[in-house]
Write a protein that binds this ligand. Structure first.
Ligand SMILES: Nc1ncnc2c1ncn2[C@@H]1O[C@H](COP(=O)(O)OP(=O)(O)OP(=O)(O)O)[C@@H](O)[C@H]1O
Length: 260
């Protein structure tokens, strides 16, 4: 079942085309990774998909209905966004911040049930021990998990993530995406770390110069030819030296490294 559909969407700002005629769809349970070089239009596309930015042309539909004809309250019942722009009041207690995720549901459930959902979101993101702390006292990685906890508490049908792992150490990056995949909800995520794409995504949208360069499975998107064309780096698939599985290695050129 198609949950979200973009039909030929474009974004124009100051006479410049930031996204040019992108069409794609997200089915229930899909995890779509949006990848591409800096400035390719990934965040702009994500913002149009979640309704934060009205397209200059084309349309986005949620369960068949045009996004611009759905009230923001109804949108919030279906979609949660973890973005880079979220700057909560640093004095807010973590638990109160995560409870904001329940605002779209206010009046539909008893408060007690809401509190249980918030505590469960904190537990799943490993933040229960910090629940009394203020947002301002959290580390970058903890704050990123707090944003995710708030989004989970919102119980959305579709979760939008803009670079959800940029403050996290390598192990925590994989763990966060594993956690998100475990929710079973549909996800659209802008990812910079190409190594995280294949284990996480069911489909990949490759943006380049404002256009959708490819829309494919991770295996078909992360090919040597495509990655070289779009990112200018090599990718190799190698056997794991000790385990029966394949490793995908992105070889980033570093001319500063001296040959040994
Ligand atoms: N309001 C705006 N007015 C003019 N240009 C904009 C505006 N918003 C974004 N841009 C430009 O549009 C291009 C695409 O931006 P966007 O943030 O979508 O790229 P991105 O692929 O997410 O980049 P990054 O990987 O660096 O985060 C960039 O060159 C950016 O400078």
């Amino acid at each position: 079942m198609t949950l979200l559909e973009a039909r030929d969407v474009s974004a124009v700002a100051n006479g410049r085309r930031l996204v040019d005629g992108v069409s794609l769809s997200v089915a229930a349970g899909d995890r779509l990774a949006i990848i591409g070089p800096n400035g390719a239009g990934k965040t702009t596309l994500l913002r149009m998909l979640c309704g934060a930015l009205p397209p200059s042309a084309g349309e986005v539909r949620l369960s068949g209905r045009r996004l611009d004809r759905i009230t923001s309250a109804e949108r919030a019942l279906n979609m949660a966004v973890v973005g880079q722009a979220d700057q909560p009041d640093p004095r807010l207690a973590l638990i109160d911040y995560v409870e904001l995720g329940r605002v779209p549901h206010a009046g539909m459930r008893r408060m007690r049930e809401d509190r249980d959902i918030v505590l469960e979101a904190l537990r799943r993101t490993g933040l229960l021990p910090l629940l009394g702390r203020s947002i301002g006292s959290l580390s970058g990685g903890e704050r990123q998990r707090a944003q995710l906890a708030r989004a989970i508490a919102q119980e959305p049908k579709i979760l939008f993530l803009d670079e959800p792992t940029n403050h996290l150490d390598p192990r925590a990056r994989g763990e966060l995406l594993e956690l998100v995949a475990g929710f079973g909800t549909s996800v659209v995520a802008v990812l910079h770390d190409l190594a995280l794409v294949a284990p996480f995504a069911t489909r990949v949208a490759v943006m380049n110069n404002a256009r959708l360069h490819a829309l494919a499975t991770p295996r078909d998107a992360l090919t040597q030819q495509l990655i070289q064309e779009v990112f200018g780096i090599d990718v190799f698939r190698l056997r794991h030296p000790t385990e029966d599985r394949e490793l995908t290695v992105f070889d980033v050129p570093n001319r500063a490294a001296s040959p040994s």
